[in-house]
Design a protein around this ligand. Structure first.
Ligand SMILES: Cc1cc2nc3c(=O)[nH]c(=O)nc-3n(C[C@H](O)[C@H](O)[C@H](O)COP(=O)(O)O)c2cc1C
Ligand code: SF4
Length: 451
């Protein structure tokens, strides 16, 4: 692992060559201006905001002032696609008490949020972003009320149970419970359509419920064992949502292509060596999702709650209790890029949103444009960068550069706030708001947990 200290593109390219990683660099940023067709819609450029939850909705799931602030900043920032954050389809599947939850009772607040977000983009940039909403059930990482974890898991996992509060087989969900989620996803998707979103994501990443289910090798019954069974719920939900929403609505899926977790508990991993990607099942999954009607994809990888968060999100400084990774961040980034390339190759014209860019600071556009140019992806997706520097897409598109003083420094402080059960944002670049909050949530955690 190397801390980022590259002042010029040449220095970064030198390190890329030294490591022999397959990351390309270009000074031609024109591909970032490409319009992208998603289903029956067209995104005005090739820059996407990845889903970034702030854990800051009102307790009834409706958008708070901080949620409005985040989405207006994203939209004014000029990205062509805003991939909205995790939104729980059922109360017990919320990852925190302040997770977003669109319901019939608060539909009007979401209608307002979406229309204001779209208007903000139009007024500032002359175009509206495409906006989709991520539908989720947090499964093992559910904490709907207070500070106590209330995990609901597809199976026991000796590596994860102790860390996630799973102590009894009673926390393993039944097939009937999983069946009951199908109408819940359909209901949420119909509400999202009514609210004015352009689509929904059936989230199956980061080891939340639908992601962990893809690795349910040890589960019995219709959702465990064979690949057909393990992918059944995700594919059925996509199919049922497509039937309900019709053709004029985007169905996306952000899915884990590789868990970096050992057999029989991980997906996309070699049975003997969990660090080796076994592409066979992920490739089948992509083909099946497309056959069921998906028209936008994003690969994710790893488990942000476990001890290898660099697989999901390469960083310079880790959050509390996370060991420093041995591998260089560029190796982690190359892995994420190669996953996007694998998915895009199979998906053909169906766009894939790439990820793994924020660590690259002001060189994000050079590397994103190179990936677009070689066709390994159709969108460059920005996660932490969009918390730190929501105007980055505008600066890239209008000025042809990013300001090094505004970039995300991959310090993991926004993750630490989440782990401390707080409402999160960029502690470094949005410090007036988030630095005091970070301090407050740390003190509250120490008081609560004694460490
Ligand atoms: C504070 C925080 C909140 C996040 N929220 C979500 C989320 O709601 N849904 C999701 O799929 N990923 C979420 N992610 C993961 C990001 O979308 C992204 O995959 C990750 O940060 C890597 O991209 P980056 O290097 O550009 O940050 C979150 C990450 C962070 C740090
Ligand atoms: S707190 Fe800000 S600078 Fe640090 S990782 Fe998060 S977004 Fe990046």
């Amino acid at each position: 692992m190397k801390t980022f200290n590259f002042k010029t593109g040449q220095e970064l390219q030198g390190h890329i060559q030294e490591l022999s990683v397959g990351i390309e660099f270009t000074d031609d940023l024109s591909p970032l201006h490409n319009k992208v067709k998603i289903g029956n819609m067209v995104a005005p450029n090739s820059i996407a905001i990845l889903p970034m939850e702030g854990c800051d909705s009102n307790v009834d799931g409706s958008p708070s002032e901080l949620v409005y602030r985040r989405y207006l900043r994203f939209s004014e920032g000029g990205a062509g696609l805003i991939w909205g954050e995790a939104n729980a389809v059922v109360e017990e599947g919320k990852a925190n008490p302040n997770q977003m939850q669109l319901k019939s009772e608060n539909l009007d607040t979401f209608i307002d949020l979406v229309s204001k977000t779209k208007r903000a983009g139009m007024e500032k940039n002359g175009y509206e972003p495409v906006i989709i909403l991520q539908l989720t059930h947090s499964g093992r990482y559910s904490r709907p009320y207070g500070h106590k974890a209330q995990p609901l898991v597809p199976q026991r996992d000796p590596l994860l149970d102790g860390r996630s509060g799973v102590v009894s087989d009673d926390q393993v969900v039944s097939d009937e419970y999983l069946d009951s989620l199908i109408p819940a996803y359909v209901h949420s998707a119909l509400l999202a359509k009514e609210a004015g979103f352009d689509g929904v994501d059936i989230k199956a990443c980061h080891r939340y419920l639908l992601s962990e289910l893809l690795a349910s090798h040890t589960r019995s019954g219709k959702y465990g064992g064979s690949f057909e069974n393990r992918s059944r719920l995700l594919l059925t939900i996509i199919e049922e949502v497509r039937k309900a929403v019709g053709d004029d609505f985007i169905i996306a899926s952000r899915f884990n292509i590789f868990d970096a977790h050992p057999y029989p508990y991980g997906f996309g991993c070699d049975k003997e060596d969990m660090w080796k990607f076994d592409q066979r099942e992920p490739e089948m999954l992509v083909r099946k999702m497309i056959a069921k009607g998906v028209d936008l994809l994003s690969n994710a990888a790893g488990n942000p709650y476990y001890i290898y968060p660099q697989v999901t999100r390469p960083f310079d400084v880790s959050s509390l209790g996370i060991p420093e990774p041995e591998e260089d961040q560029l190796v982690s980034i190359e892995r994420l890029f190669s996953f996007s390339e694998t998915v895009q190759r199979i998906a053909g014209d169906i766009p894939v949103v790439g990820n793994g860019y924020s660590w690259l600071r002001q060189f994000i556009p050079n590397i994103g444009a190179a990936n677009l140019k070689k066709g390994s992806v159709k969108f460059m997706g920005l996660g932490r960068c969009s918390f730190a520097y929501p105007d980055a897409p505008r600066d890239i598109l209008l000025k042809g550069e990013m300001d090094p003083k505004k970039v995300c420094i991959s310090c993991s402080k926004c993750t630490q706030i989440m782990r401390d059960h707080g409402t999160t944002g960029c502690v470094i670049r949005d410090s007036k708001l988030y630095a005091p909050l970070a301090k407050q949530f740390t003190l509250e955690r120490i008081e609560r947990e004694g460490k």
